[in-house]
Design a protein around this ligand. Structure first.
Ligand SMILES: [Ca+2]
Length: 225
């Protein structure tokens, strides 16, 4: 192989790799034109207190009859997220003339996920805040205006007590960690978590200096990564 050919091969490989890394992560269950679409306007979108970055994605999901999450709309962030630029996710309703659920069902909860391109990881821990006067659930031809705050890890707050299994002690109010969720015990918490009565799971565990985690009796914590 000549030097020139070698260089061209490397260049082609580089371009292919580059194209591959730029491929969109979330794919909607519908294609072509959306059916009776809803506009979800995203006012702000943070991940760990920083605006979403170039090539991050925001997707909206619905839950189908089998309990699976289906992607019904997505946008890719171009450049860094700039507030008040009206990022609009176009979500398709389910087309009644096709047998499968290929869009959202009116009245269902809008479920958000981020694609964090820097870590190539989906973010499912997302708090949403809706602007009053607009829709707050899926609605054909409706409009929602949302401020989104995502977290790469669940953060222990210890607001209520020391019980790991109490949802009130975590920054995401209605859930406790499971095997898919990263956990952070921050230095600033004044009450450290104790795992008792039942075993606990998490994906990864980070305990900042000055904090601790205790188990009591036979209860155990399983860290999956
Ligand atoms: Ca359908």
């Amino acid at each position: 192989m000549t030097n020139l050919n070698y260089c061209l091969t490397l260049l082609t490989l580089g371009l292919l790799l580059n194209l591959q890394t730029q491929a969109q992560h979330f794919q909607t269950v519908w294609s072509n034109n959306p059916y009776m679409p809803m506009s979800i306007i995203v006012d702000s979108a943070f991940l760990d207190s920083i605006y979403l970055q170039l090539n991050d994605e925001i997707a909206v999901f619905d839950t189908n009859a089998s309990g699976n999450k289906i992607c019904v709309g997505v946008i890719v962030i171009e450049s860094t997220f700039a507030p008040d630029t009206n990022y609009v996710i176009t979500a398709s309703a389910d087309d009644p003339t096709t047998p499968e659920q290929d869009g959202f069902i009116d009245g269902h909860e809008i479920i958000y996920r981020f694609w964090d391109t820097s870590y190539a990881e989906e973010v499912t821990l997302i708090k949403k805040n809706y602007k009053p006067g607009f829709d707050i659930n899926y609605q054909s031809l409706g409009t929602a205006v949302a401020a989104l705050e995502g977290f790469s890890a669940m953060i222990w707050t210890g607001t209520a007590d020391s019980n790991w299994h109490n949802t009130a002690n975590w920054n995401m109010n209605s859930i406790i960690p499971d095997s898919t969720i990263r956990v952070l015990i921050p230095a600033w918490c004044t009450v450290s978590p104790v795992i008792y009565n039942a075993d606990a799971d998490c994906k990864t565990l980070k305990i900042e200096q000055g904090s601790c985690l205790k188990t009591s009796g036979s209860a155990q914590l399983q860290v999956y990564e």
